[in-house]
Write a new protein. Structure first.
Length: 744
């Protein structure tokens, strides 16, 4: 047992919770796995799995029903069948009489909307970060979910497999700089529950399908699409500026799928996971697995931007079934005639989570409806946002992609970035919270935590999308569930010392009401009221910073985060900042306060855990605040010491017999014997190392060290008690300068 006891002269304190570990040798001996201090994200996916997985994230009903959509002409021969509708605009020539099971919309509003929606989708797809570099995908190749990018042309040949690994939400995106050309008889097949509606081909120029090609997914080409004959497309063929030329082509629009994940709760994505189909090492893969704009993808990207090397794991949580949060922007007035026709009048922009999400140009001839439509299209073109937009007349409704109360933590607004003549109302000029989100994902957390419990694996930082705040915290019982999970994990039978990180952009009062119910040293909550990040992004920012800074081996400087700058985080856009009273209240309430710094930066005022009082005082049963035990660094040092000591014992004592210490002058014990004295020496060595690193008071710790063979007759074990005196951080220096006059 390692007991991080803090002895304070004159005050009787109950000991802090002990940190336990059992070093067992049944499998050859193994310790806690020093160095495996990795984050595990618990967060939602978008229900559709991808920004393109649902037409609502492009333009509602504008493109989804169309199997073929073209700009100039549609030509057909040899018995082409389109199971779906056909759109053509601005051209009006459809030749060859293809069989269309749906509606043929030629140069009408529906066709115009289809082409406009395709243009938005194409811009969004080409704007996605480049993925795995490809120039030819050949026979026998298997692709996993993610983005694949060809700088110029891309060729396809033979049988190519798209394997989703059992995840029906998995997204496959292919970007080309110029052409896409398939050889004759190319066969792209779906496996592992991959869905055709989640496959996208964004082609910089023309597409040529070799005779007899089979291709799933939506193909959007900047110029012409031509089938050499007899190809089958389970998806869509869309040309933005030219013709679609068909020859005995079979095009079938994918049916909408129920995108509820098929993998069981507790499935973990990351590097070195048991199932290769869940391998996760890049942001584009996270988007493919969990959906663009999902909490899981955003939090993964947040950690990766801060710490480019740490292995990151994700256990997706099934989202709430409820109402999606939203906010409304209305284009209320224009100064018509203020500029000449065709001249740019200005820019209307939308921001969410402190990011400039979208900008729409305003031209002199635009009316209010046109501006609203363009703003919605600009928002939808940024598919990595946690929101999508729908324009109806002059009103833009921006909606969270994931239902539930979590969406109420989103903060967004529209503004006129430049120019004049446009007036907006609603969520404008300064960030405001989304409203109307309802529904809890507590059941999803319960299922994931229960499954993780049974796996017996350790991920040091559990990074939670759920907030520890009024709207989405203890109301759902999520922090309490996580606290119970961590307590069980740390029991001697498990020995998995883990911690959890939460965030809050709610008020100090609401947040402290929740942390008061925890008082638990293994949970931390970063808080700043009205910060333009979701609670999940706040938690992920802390995880990225902690894992980047807490080195292996640990030194004293690695655990002091007081005053540490938060990477990539800006102060609240509405100009608010926590007061000194807010900061003090946070610290004494077990909350890590985030403070506004110079030039709009943000930093950690003081890193604390939610354990902020111990039992002490007269009689030893009063709640007494002690800032030394609330330091997050105390937990880090104690966990690292326990891991290092466990590993040292495992390395030096495995496959040995247990023996008693010999009396003075007696023959020494033989090789292969572990005695209490040997274990004591290992403990003393570790204590000395940690003392030399400035992490603990080695003298006091050594004075209280106890090592003995357990006396039970059938117990072949050695017990250790280490009263680990962790060095406290220097919080302040009190200066009292007294003016005196020397006597003459």
């Amino acid at each position: 047992m390692v007991n991080n006891n803090i002895g304070v002269p004159g005050v009787t304190y109950a000991s802090l919770p002990g940190v336990y570990d059992w070093v067992t040798f049944a499998n050859g001996g193994s310790g806690a796995g020093t160095g495996q201090y990795y984050p595990l994200i618990l967060a939602n996916m978008t229900q559709q799995g991808s920004a393109f997985g649902s037409a609502s994230f492009i333009t509602p009903s504008a493109l989804t029903v169309f199997g073929v959509s073209a700009s100039s002409t549609v030509t057909s021969s040899g018995g082409t069948v389109i199971t779906g509708s056909l759109a053509l605009s601005p051209g009006s020539s459809v030749t060859g009489s293809p069989t269309v099971t749906g509606v043929s919309d030629v140069d009408n509003p529906a066709a115009v909307a289809s082409q406009a929606a395709a243009a938005v989708a194409f811009a969004a797809g080409q704007a996605l970060p480049a993925g795995t570099t490809v120039s030819a995908i050949t026979n026998g190749t298997t692709l996993v979910p993610g983005t694949y990018t060809a700088a110029s042309s891309l060729s396809l040949a033979g049988t190519i497999t798209l394997n989703a690994g059992g995840n029906p939400n998995a997204v496959f995106i292919v970007q080309t700089g110029t052409t896409l050309i398939s050889a004759a008889a190319t066969n792209v097949v779906l496996a592992g529950n991959a869905q055709a509606q989640n496959v996208f081909w964004f082609v910089g120029s023309a597409v040529t399908l070799g005779a007899g090609t089979t291709l799933p997914g939506t193909v959007i080409a900047n110029t012409a699409i031509t089938d050499d004959g007899g190809s089958t497309v389970h998806g869509r063929l869309v040309s933005l500026t030219a013709a679609v030329n068909l020859s005995a082509t079979l095009v079938t629009v994918p049916a909408a799928q129920n995108s509820t994940p098929s993998f069981p709760a507790g499935t973990v994505f990351g590097p070195n996971v048991p199932l290769a189909s869940y391998n996760l090492q890049t942001v584009s893969q996270a988007i493919g697995y969990f959906g663009a704009g999902s909490g899981a993808a955003l939090m993964y990207a947040t950690i990766r931007a801060i710490n480019p090397t740490v292995p990151i794991y994700v256990a997706p949580v099934v989202s709430a079934t409820g109402t999606q949060a939203s906010q409304v922007i209305t284009v209320t007035a224009l100064a018509n005639g203020s500029v000449s026709n065709g001249q740019t009048s200005g820019v209307v922009q939308y921001q969410v989570d402190s990011k400039v999400a979208a900008q729409a140009l305003v031209n002199g001839t635009d009316n209010q409806t046109t501006i609203a439509v363009n703003l919605a299209a600009a928002i939808n073109s940024n598919v990595n946002l946690p929101v999508y937009a729908v324009a109806a007349s002059n009103v833009v409704t921006v909606t969270a992609k994931v239902p539930g109360t979590r969406g109420n933590d989103l903060r967004g607004f529209a503004s006129v970035a430049s120019g004049s003549g446009v007036t907006l109302s609603g969520a404008v000029n300064s960030p405001s919270n989304f409203t109307g989100g309802a529904g809890s994902d507590a059941t999803g957390y319960t299922n994931v935590l229960n499954a993780l419990q049974s796996q017996g694996l350790r991920y040091y930082y559990i990074v939670c999308e759920a907030g520890c705040d009024y709207s989405d915290g203890y109301v759902n019982g999520i922090p309490a569930e996580v606290m119970s999970f961590l307590s069980t994990e740390a029991e001697p039978s498990q020995g998995n010392r883990e911690r959890a990180l939460f965030g809050s952009n709610d008020t100090v009062s609401n947040t402290s009401a929740q942390t008061a119910l925890l008082n638990f040293e293994r949970i931390e909550v970063g808080q700043c009221s009205q910060l333009d990040l979701t609670p999940g992004e706040i938690a992920a920012t802390l995880a990225g910073l902690y894992t980047l800074t807490e080195a292996v081996p640990l030194t004293a400087g690695d655990v002091n985060f007081d005053g540490a700058v938060l990477p990539n985080v800006v102060a609240p856009l509405n100009g608010s900042a926590p007061s000194q009273t807010d900061l003090s209240t946070c610290v004494v309430s077990g909350i890590t306060p985030l403070k506004v710094g110079p030039s709009g930066s943000m930093f950690i005022a003081k890193r604390v855990t939610t354990r902020f009082f111990v039992l002490g005082g007269a009689g030893g049963n009063q709640e007494v605040l002690d800032l030394r035990i609330t330091d997050g660094g105390v937990v880090t040092i104690t966990d690292r010491f326990t891991d290092d000591l466990s590993n040292s014992i495992a390395l030096n004592c495995k496959q040995q017999m247990i023996g008693q210490d010999t009396a003075s002058g007696a023959p020494p014990v033989g090789p292969g014997i572990t005695t209490p004295s040997k274990v004591r020496q290992l403990c003393m060595r570790m204590i000395t190392q940690y003392g030399a690193a400035g992490l603990i008071d080695a003298a006091q710790t050594l004075a209280g060290l106890q090592v003995q063979q357990n006396p039970a007759p059938n117990d072949s074990s050695i017990g250790i008690i280490v009263p680990l005196y962790v060095n406290s951080l220097l919080h302040q220096v009190l200066i009292n300068v007294q003016q005196t006059v020397s006597s003459i």
